[in-house]
Ligand binder design. Structure first.
Ligand code: NG6
Ligand code: CA
Length: 512
């Protein structure tokens, strides 16, 4: 097993490295780079079957690494997925792990163990660049002071983030807790309950908009785009949406250059293709699919640039890369941006049913790739894996004795040496849960509407139990709960044992 080799005591590795390359001592452990997209669907990537959109750089990762076909985000929305990724804990165990407002308090306890904290214990430098969306402060954030606690208090030595999402206020970057470019003369104020007097909103000033809102998104306007949440002031700090990709890329590249002597852990949390989709002008029209396609092309380009940076800095062969997305795809998530009109034959969900917010497969099954030049042999793996598993697997790789509560040790699977993934996984979508067990999925009955009409996505809600055999029915068309009662019982038993007491009488529960 190669892992054993990696677990050689540091001095031995160091000595070996010195013998081979006397000028450049190698770090004992690999750098770890997590490239995490926002709302990228299973079918949005060439390597996963997309033909109408080109993603050559992501495809390069897939072709040179392990491309997982059963890789899952923990949840069908952002905050819970990101919570699980960093903590290795199921998001439904933390009642605050649901889509957060831009002023929501931090939902990771500062005493809680996280991947970056664990890696700091192993001598890593740790950084995050991009979307945070895990809350900041303890309530009533004053954006004109250092905002804390945040990423720097849960394990990141360096952070350059947007607080929540691109469609939420405040529309500013924060670097190590400070709003970037903020002037004392024009302080920044944020409110999610009411507007500031005299400030225009998407609702009352449609003439100021360059992008129209479809649902939600009619509060404060910045850069001609109406957002969720109100803000006032802070003009010198406001980001330019169209430059966000370049901004995050540059910071990520700088981080790599500054820490090339490693080992480093970099969480590069890109904002594409979440709404509002605002490609840089050089990518406008690049996909023929409107802004949603264009920002995927832009994101793919960013991935290529990051790979180049790793190569130029001489660390590509010593960097284990995880590539994935926080949840499944959505076409109209609240703005008129031609995503529907120009979709053509492209299927962001690939062969799967549902999408973002859904308990059906497309909600949580996402592109999931591992890449490590020279260390991973290219392959396709159907092993069942989750973002949850990064924690304990990385701990395994780096010899840490820490583990994530719901995280499995699957480094051999991530390195393509084994296909023995999980046997079971709880899937979550806006606080509803389902169970994947082997090739089967069971979704308990939920009373909520079966379709979210606004986004036009089937949510997986039904008055009866849903049971699918994904091996024969990847598109979840045939509900076998009646014809396979024993299978249903088997899954129910596991579901109950994983979800605990509250779900013991699930047959009688009126689930919302
Ligand atoms: C929803 C927003 C949606 C998106 C989502 C979060 C409305 C009507 N919809 O509430 O546009 O921002 O939250 O997406 O406001 S996520 O990927 O960060 O979870
Ligand atoms: Ca998302």
């Amino acid at each position: 097993m190669k892992i054993k080799k990696l677990l050689l005591p540091a001095p031995i590795l160091f000595f070996t490295a010195c013998q081979n390359q006397p000028m450049q001592p190698e770090p004992s452990y690999p750098n770890i780079l997590v490239i995490y997209l926002d709302d990228l669907g299973y079918g949005d990537v060439g390597a996963y079957g997309a033909t109408e959109i080109k993603t050559p750089n992501i495809d390069k990762l897939a072709e040179g690494g392990v491309r997982f076909t059963n890789g899952y985000a923990s949840s069908a929305t952002c905050t819970p997925s990101r919570y699980a990724l960093l903590t290795g804990e199921y998001p439904w165990k933390n009642e605050n792990a649901r889509i957060l407002a831009g002023e929501a308090p931090l939902i990771i306890d500062t005493t809680q163990i996280t991947i970056p904290k664990m890696l700091k214990g192993k001598g890593y430098q740790t950084g995050i660049v991009g979307k945070w969306h895990l809350g900041l402060g303890t309530g009533h954030v004053d954006w004109n002071q250092r905002v804390s606690p945040g990423p720097n208090e849960v394990g990141f030595d360096y952070s350059f983030i947007m607080a929540a999402t691109q469609d939420r206020t405040p529309t500013v970057y924060l670097e190590n807790g400070y709003v970037v470019g903020l002037s004392k003369e024009d302080p920044l104020w944020v409110n999610y309950q009411e507007n500031f007097e005299g400030e225009p909103t998407g609702l009352v000033s449609p003439g100021l908009l360059k992008m129209k809102w479809h649902h939600g998104h009619n509060n404060s306007i910045h850069n001609g785009i109406p957002r969720i949440g109100f803000q006032k002031g802070g003009k010198s700090a406001m980001w330019v949406d169209e430059e966000m990709a370049d901004q995050f890329l540059q910071k990520a590249q700088q981080y790599i250059a500054n820490h090339k002597n490693g080992p480093f852990f970099l969480y590069y949390a890109m904002h594409q293709p979440h709404v509002p989709r605002t490609p840089h002008p050089r990518f406008m029209g690049s996909s023929g699919m409107g802004p949603r396609g264009d920002v995927i092309v832009e994101a793919d380009w960013c991935v290529g640039e990051i790979l180049k940076t790793l190569e130029e800095e001489g660390v590509l062969e010593n960097t284990l890369i995880f590539f994935s997305s926080d949840n499944g795809p959505v076409i109209n998530d609240g703005y008129y941006d031609e995503a529907i009109e120009k979709l053509g034959n492209h299927k962001p969900w690939g062969p799967l049913r549902g999408g973002k917010y859904s308990l059906f497969e497309a909600g949580t099954r996402v592109p999931f790739i591992t890449f490590w030049k020279g260390k991973i042999n290219p392959s396709v793996s159907d092993a069942l894996i989750s973002h949850l598993d990064l924690f304990s697997s990385i701990a395994q790789l780096t010899g840490s004795d820490k583990r994530g509560p719901d995280s499995h040790e699957l480094m051999d699977v991530f390195l393509g040496k084994s296909k023995q993934g999980r046997t079971e996984l709880i899937l979550e979508a806006t606080s509803r849960t389902a169970l994947r067990l082997g090739d089967w999925v069971m979704i308990p009955p939920y009373n909520s509407p079966p379709i979210n009409e606004m986004v036009n996505i089937e949510l997986g809600n039904s008055s009866e139990f849903l049971l699918y055999n994904l091996k024969d029915d990847l598109g979840q068309q045939e509900n076998l709960s009646k014809s396979e009662p024993e299978k249903l019982q088997e899954l129910l038993k596991v579901f109950k044992s994983l979800r605990g007491e509250e779900f013991q009488n699930i047959e009688q529960l009126e689930l919302k």
